[in-house]
Design a protein around this ligand. Sequence first.
Ligand code: MTE
Ligand code: MO
Length: 249
Amino acid sequence: MNQHSEKSPVEVDTRLKRMSRRGFVGAGLTLLAAGGGLKWLGSQTPDDGIAWPLRRIFEFNERLWLATGEGRAAREFPAGLAREPRVNGPIGLDLKTPRPPERIVLRVEGPDGSRKNFDPTDFARLPRVESTTELKCVEGWSTVVGWSGYRFADFARLLNISTTYVGLETPDRAYYVGLDAFAAWHPQTLLCDLMNGQPLNRSHGGPLRLVIPTKYGVKNLKNIGMIRFTENRPRDFWAEQGYDWYLGL
Ligand SMILES: Nc1nc2c(c(=O)[nH]1)N[C@H]1C(S)=C(S)[C@@H](COP(=O)(O)O)O[C@H]1N2
Ligand SMILES: [Mo]
């Protein structure tokens, strides 16, 4: 028996998850390089018109995608089931300001560390997205909420930025969360300015909050002041208190 066959299923599972986090496009390309490149691939017997080493990689990716939960989405509910969630988590909210300001003041930091203000009128260039999902708190309650805003993925495409991680923080930097690219670019991950059809109030994170139903409430940062695109895993308020950094898919 070699080393690999002696690994326990748990150990292998952990390793696979770690690999999937790194991204399988990379793994596939590495295998191609190791195998001598495209010329070598072309000489293999094709199966479904795809050379078998590649096909094996695709099948493996797909199984892994489903097995690790990375191909899944949070449940969407009928809009009529939406309710007002309780107000939970006041860190980094400017509650002295009773109503959200008319203008969203949003800072964006690029992977090179340069910063600029995002022009809030540019949100009008993005499609408005509605989504009715469960806000789940680690404290043990959940509420179905009707959200409206913009896909993070569309926002990032407008800026023409893609990175391995995204960090978000409140204007005073008191609350902050880190997301991996899978989570940030997930189609259900939204930057929201409306909740149950009303402008977000300060307590619920107005003028703009993150809604990420594939993760627990703690990652749904209210009152976004800055969005940081980065190659380094961003700090995360609750991860620093001992919670799992991912807290969801
Ligand atoms: N800025 C900020 N965002 C935050 C928190 C916080 O303390 N500060 N708490 C989080 C937690 S633990 C939860 S459950 C949700 C609650 O959102 P809600 O108040 O709109 O119900 O916000 C999250 N986002
Ligand atoms: Mo929470």
